[in-house]
Write a protein that binds this ligand. Structure first.
Ligand code: PGA
Length: 264
């Protein structure tokens, strides 16, 4: 674990493949009505709608000065060209996207994204002035075989070697054990802390202690308002990547509020 640090928590809502652009407008307005300036004094917040919602989301967030950053769920590794169906990071930057999730386990598993692909996407996000949120995490089989740390070391090592050290300090890693995603069974604070501390150590070994102490590490997997405070109390955990509970503005704002705790 690292000593007291100025790492500012980041709470991110990953909407996955939910909400068309009209529903997105409603959801963001709902969030905007609930969010108070004090809610985001010590915490950064981002939402990650589907691509087709991004332009509408950007318009509402900016027009109504809602203090929430816009994020995307993935992007292409290339800036332009013959890649039918892909979305360029250049296009995302043009929509004022700040954060791009890279290597979510659903992308890795369902769409066969390798560590090499994830590394290429990390570079693409950085090249276009945005911040990657790189997801890592073990499957239940890997966990039961005692391979959690090996798996995390491989994924994290490959991701951070894609970027220069000073850039790694500003990126975000998300520890998302696959068995906890969408199952209602979150990792215990002890397990989450253990994994986040390990991840921080892998970053420190790869690019130096200082960078290890600066990089922000989120936890994701069945986060809800009720388990937020105990997870956020973990010293190496700097935020949350929230799936299902981010679709409900009242739940999401409760998570944001429960994340802002003093003494970090
Ligand atoms: P969940 O998803 O909060 O619905 O478990 C988390 C994620 O996949 O990012």
């Amino acid at each position: 674990m690292s000593p007291a640090s100025p790492r500012r928590p980041l709470i991110s809502g990953n909407w996955k493949m939910n909400f068309d652009h009209l529903e997105a407008i409603h959801a963001i307005r709902d969030l905007g009505l609930r969010i108070q300036p004090g809610d985001v004094q010590g915490v950064d917040v981002s939402i990650h709608p589907p691509f087709t919602d991004l332009r509408s989301a950007q318009t509402v967030l900016e027009a109504e000065s809602i203090p929430v950053a816009l994020g995307a769920q993935t992007c292409a590794a290339e800036d332009a060209g013959a890649f039918t169906g892909e979305i360029s990071p250049v296009m995302l930057a043009k929509l004022h996207v700040t954060y791009v999730i890279v290597g979510h386990s659903e992308r890795r598993t369902l769409f066969h994204e390798s560590d090499e692909t994830v590394a290429a996407k990390m570079k693409a996000v950085h090249r276009n002035g945005m911040t990657p949120i790189c997801c890592v995490g073990e499957s239940i089989d890997e966990r039961e075989a005692g391979l959690t740390r090996d798996r995390l070391a491989t994924q994290v090592g490959s991701a951070v070697r894609a970027l220069p050290g000073d850039v790694v300090a500003g990126m975000v890693l998300a520890y998302e054990p696959i068995w906890a995603i969408g199952t209602g069974q979150a990792a215990t604070p002890e397990d989450a802390q253990d994994a986040c501390a390990w991840i921080r150590g892998v970053v420190a070994d790869a690019v130096g202690e200082e960078v290890g102490a600066q990089v922000r590490i989120q936890y994701g997997g069945s986060v809800k308002a009720e388990n937020t405070a105990e997870l956020m109390a973990c010293p190496d955990l700097d935020g949350l990547l929230v799936g299902g509970a981010s679709l409900d503005a009242s739940q999401f704002i409760e998570i944001v509020r429960a994340s802002a705790h003093p003494g970090r």
